[in-house]
Write a protein that binds this ligand. Structure first.
Ligand code: AMP
Length: 115
């Protein structure tokens, strides 16, 4: 990870705007600026964890909280027919922002394999 703040840390610190739809003591959820589905939300921890690969068993409460928040938001956003949660991790995983984030995608049928 490079020295400066990531774009997501700047969103947490309210230094750049985002369409925040949910916040609690551990995490923040906001609309993806380049949506890949009618619903595309990112759930991020307030704690600076670069990626899924940096999570440890000591973080399991936070990890569970993030996953359960995705489920809660899916219900809140009316995705009763299903949705997809994605955690791109590392270069080959397609991760472009070095702050752990869970994508919540919904509102259309998803394809497999994802490519
Ligand atoms: P990933 O490729 O998994 O690292 O996902 C990063 C996501 O962050 C992409 O879907 C981007 O569209 C999204 N993104 C980048 N900058 C912003 C921003 N300022 N506000 C909201 N979403 C962003």
């Amino acid at each position: 990870m490079s020295g400066g703040k990531t774009i997501f840390k700047k969103i947490i610190d309210r230094e750049i705007p985002a369409e925040i739809i949910y916040e609690d003591e551990l995490c923040l959820a906001f609309k993806d600026v380049n949506p890949q589905a009618p619903v595309h939300v990112l759930v991020i921890p307030k704690q600076e964890i670069p990626s899924m690969a940096h999570l440890e068993f000591a973080d399991q409460e936070l990890a569970g909280h993030l996953i359960l928040t995705v489920g809660k938001l899916a219900t809140m956003l009316g995705l009763e027919n299903g949705y997809r949660m994605i955690v791109n991790t590392g270069t080959e995983g397609g991760q472009t922002v070095d702050h752990l984030h869970l994508h919540l995608l919904g509102g259309r049928s998803m394809h497999w394999p994802p490519g």
